[in-house]
Design a protein around this ligand. Structure first.
Ligand code: UD1
Length: 418
C-alpha cells in the first residue's frame, strides 16, 4: 500500500505534457483483438487500467510488448475467449472486450466487470445492442456468456448515449455482415478516436462525434500505428489544480476544444486562459470566484470525470455553488474527505451545495475512486499544512507519473509505502 504526503501552499509554475487519453486507449486495446496483425499504440499512458487491460489481452493469448512508452499488441495467437473473474473485477473496461472477442471467436465469456465504485454502472445497453447483432446472451453465476453463429449488422437505438455501449457495439459491428447503424450514440471525443483507429485498420465507420454512427462490415482488418488523442480529463485535472493553487501552468499536447466546457467555467472563476495550437496556459493569482451552478452531462456538456475536481475548486472560491451529478449516482464519496479539510459542502441527492471557505486545512483523507482521489490531491496541494492521501492505487488507475508531474510544477508531494 502507498500514500501521498503533501505539504500544501505552493503555487504551481511550469509546463507538463499530457498523456494519451485513458478512455481512448482502453477501447483501442480491445480493438487489437480484431486483427492478426500488430497494432502499435504510441505514447500509451503508464497507468494501471492500461496495464490491467494488457494483462487481460495476454490471458487471451495476445502478445503485448512495451517499447519506449508505446504498446504493441500482436493478437495472431489469441486463442481464449474467457475474461477471468479477478481481472474483470479490477477493470470495468474489460467489458469492451465483449464486442471484439465475440467478433473474433463468435463466443465470449466474461465476469461482470468492476471499475470505480461510483454507482450501479449496469451493462444492459451493451447486451441489448449485442442481441440486435445476433448474439445470444446467457448470464450465470456472475458471468455473461455470449454466442452467435455470425454477427449481422442491424439498427440499434441506445436508450441513453452510453460511451461504453457505443464503443462495444462499434467493435462488434466492424466485421459483422452488412451495415449497422447506432442511434443515440455517445458523442465523446474518445468515440471519434476509436472510429479513427478502426478506419486506420481498414474498417468503414462514419458519423462518430454525432448521434448516429454507421458501420459497414468488412471481412478483414489489418494492423496499424496509432497515436491516441490527449487525455482531456488529465488536462482538466491539472488546470483545476493550478486554479486552486494559483500560479501559471502550461499544458502541452492538449486539445482545448475537447474541454471547452471546463475552460468556460475556469474563465468564470476568474482564471486567465491562453490557447496556442496544442497548448493551454492557465494563469491565476487570486482567490477564484464561484460559478453558480455546474451540471455534469454527456459530451459536449461538463464531464462527470471532472466533477470531483471542480467541486474541490468551488470549495475554496469566493461565494456559493451547486454542483449536480447527472450520470453516476454515488459520485460524491470524496465529499466527507473534503469536509475533513474544512470544506463547507452538503450533498442532497444528486446535488452538492458548496459555500466557499478561504482555504483548505491539511488532513488525512482517503481516496475512494480515481477522480475523487485526484480532487483530494489538488485540495491537499492548495491546503495550508500537511496532508496524507491514502488508497492512492485508485489514482494510479488513471494518472501516469502524477506526483512527478505535480512536483515538476512545484507541488510538494511524495509517495511512500506503508
Ligand atoms: C465512460 C468512461 C468514464 C466516464 C463515463 C461517462 C471509459 C473507460 N470510461 O464510462 O470515465 O465517467 O463514460 O462519461 O471510457 N448505463 C446504463 N446501462 C448501460 C451502460 C450505461 O444504464 O449498459 C448508464 C450508466 O449507469 C450511467 C450512464 O449510462 O448512468 C453513462 O454511462 P456510460 O457512458 O456507459 O459510462 P462508461 O462507458 O461506463
Amino acid at each position: 500500500m502507498e500514500k501521498y504526503i503533501i505539504n500544501g501552499g505552493n503555487k504551481l509554475y511550469g509546463s507538463i505534457e499530457i498523456q494519451s487519453a485513458k478512455n481512448s486507449v482502453l477501447p483501442i486495446l480491445a480493438a487489437t483483438v480484431l486483427t492478426d496483425d500488430k497494432v502499435k499504440i504510441l505514447n500509451a499512458p503508464n497507468i494501471t487500467d492500461v496495464k490491467n487491460m494488457a494483462k487481460i489481452l495476454s490471458k487471451l493469448g495476445c502478445d503485448v510488448m512495451y517499447e519506449n512508452g508505446n504498446i504493441i499488441v500482436d493478437s495472431s495467437r489469441a486463442d481464449c475467449y474467457e475474461i477471468p473473474r479477478q481481472l474483470a473485477h479490477e477493470l470495468r473496461s474489460s467489458v469492451f472486450l465483449l464486442g471484439s472477442v465475440i467478433s473474433r471467436f463468435h463466443t465470449a465469456k466474461i465476469a461482470y466487470p468492476g471499475g470505480c465504485d461510483i454507482g450501479l454502472r449496469p451493462v444492459d445497453l451493451h447486451l441489448a445492442g449485442l442481441k440486435r447483432l445476433g448474439v445470444e446472451i446467457d448470464e450465470e453465476k456472475g458471468y455473461i456468456i455470449c454466442k452467435c453463429e455470425k454477427l449481422k449488422g442491424n439498427e440499434i437505438m441506445l436508450d441513453c448515449p452510453s460511451v461504453g455501449a457505443t464503443e462495444n457495439l462499434m467493435l462488434a459491428a466492424v466485421k459483422a455482415e452488412g451495415a449497422t447503424v447506432i442511434k443515440n450514440a455517445a458523442r465523446e471525443p474518445e468515440i471519434e478516436d476509436l472510429q479513427r483507429l478502426l478506419n486506420c485498420m481498414g474498417a468503414k465507420v462514419r458519423g462518430a462525434g454525432s448521434g448516429t454512427i454507421v458501420i459497414e462490415g468488412v471481412r478483414e482488418l489489418h494492423g496499424c500505428e496509432f497515436l491516441p488523442i490527449p487525455d482531456r480529463i488529465e488536462a482538466g485535472t491539472f488546470l483545476i489544480a493550478a486554479a486552486m493553487c494559483g500560479g501559471e501552468v502550461e499544458l502541452n499536447r492538449v486539445c482545448a476544444e475537447n474541454i471547452s466546457s471546463l475552460l468556460h467555467k475556469l474563465r468564470e472563476n476568474g482564471c486567465k486562459i491562453y490557447l496556442n495550437n496544442d497548448k493551454i496556459i492557465l494563469e491565476n493569482h487570486k482567490r477564484p470566484t464561484s460559478v453558480k451552478s455546474i451540471e455534469t452531462q454527456p459530451y459536449p456538456g461538463f464531464p462527470t470525470d471532472l466533477q470531483a475536481q471542480i467541486t474541490a475548486l468551488c470549495c475554496i472560491c469566493r461565494g456559493q455553488s451547486i454542483i449536480t451529478e447527472n450520470l453516476f449516482e454515488t459520485r460524491f464519496k470524496y465529499v466527507p474527505e473534503l469536509r475533513k479539510m474544512g470544506a463547507d459542502v452538503t450533498v442532497i441527492n444528486r446535488n452538492a451545495f458548496v459555500r466557499g471557505v478561504e482555504r483548505f486545512n491539511g488532513a488525512t483523507v482517503i481516496a475512494h475512486d480515481l477522480r475523487g482521489g485526484a480532487a483530494l490531491v489538488s485540495a491537499a496541494l492548495a491546503a495550508e499544512g500537511r496532508s496524507e492521501v491514502l488508497n492512492i492505487s485508485h489514482i494510479d488507475r488513471g494518472y501516469g507519473s502524477f506526483e512527478y508531474k505535480l512536483r515538476s510544477l512545484g507541488g510538494d508531494i511524495v509517495r511512500i509505502s506503508i
